[in-house]
Design a protein around this ligand. Structure first.
Ligand SMILES: CC(C)(COP(=O)(O)OP(=O)(O)OC[C@H]1O[C@@H](n2cnc3c(N)ncnc32)[C@H](O)[C@@H]1OP(=O)(O)O)[C@@H](O)C(=O)NCCC(=O)NCCS
Length: 185
């Protein structure tokens, strides 16, 4: 668990699943990040408990707290330890805290964890062309725009552009001081 500027990342707990299910039922939120299958509470709970108790080796999930309240989650996905890269994802499910810098700060902490603790060297994100908020947030976290995959995905009944963003470890440390420094000897 680590905190900076009022935002905390910590492992997800089974008691978080009910809060996350409320976000899952928010269709607009889901359309912005991915258009997953609609799941019943029972299916959703079972799926997330499996992710928590028997996690895939290429995934790492974090709950995002603002103060002491769970407001979102972030993940490293497709973690490739040989290539030292992973994709990042985020959802701030509690819309009341949108626009307060929580998403940006949570992602920067996730990048710091990925580069410093997990020893990765490249992170990337894919954002739908209609997700204007995320398209503006990604560069604010340090991510560089790398290109547009035109009509790359069939999503919500139409082909959608996917904007690719990437960040290399050296670029990140140029602008951000790690919070995982070892004590001086
Ligand atoms: C995208 C999302 C994570 C942003 O979270 P957030 O906490 O609102 O973002 P922040 O407050 O940190 O804002 C980050 C940047 O986005 C931009 N932004 C903030 N509010 C905005 C608004 N109303 N309109 C457009 N851009 C905005 C700003 O550039 C801001 O940077 P700054 O305020 O530091 O200058 C959140 O809206 C969300 O969960 N959306 C649904 C799921 C999703 O889209 N996930 C991302 C999939 S790639």
């Amino acid at each position: 668990m680590f905190t900076r500027d009022g935002v905390t990342l910590r492992p997800l707990e089974p008691s978080d699943v009910a809060t996350m299910y409320a976000w899952h039922l928010d269709f607009e939120l889901d359309i912005l990040s991915s258009w997953g299958s609609r799941r019943s509470w029972a299916q959703y709970e079972k799926r997330w408990e499996a992710k928590m108790f028997e996690p895939d080796e290429d995934m790492l999930y974090f709950g995002i707290l603002y103060g002491d309240k769970l407001v979102g989650r972030a993940q490293l996905a497709l973690i490739d330890r040989e290539q030292r890269r992973a994709s990042v994802g985020i959802v701030i499910g509690d819309r009341r805290v949108w626009g307060k810098g929580v998403g940006r700060r949570a992602l920067q902490m996730l990048y710091d964890y990925a580069f410093t603790v997990e020893n990765l060297e490249r992170l990337y994100a894919e954002v739908y062309g209609f997700n204007t908020r995320s398209l503006r947030m990604m560069p604010r976290t340090g991510m560089q725009p790398e290109g547009i995959l035109r009509g790359h995905e069939l999503h919500n009944g139409a082909r959608q552009d996917v904007h690719v963003f990437g960040l290399l470890r050296d670029e990140f440390y140029r602008d951000y001081e790690t919070m995982f420094k070892l004590p001086e000897r």
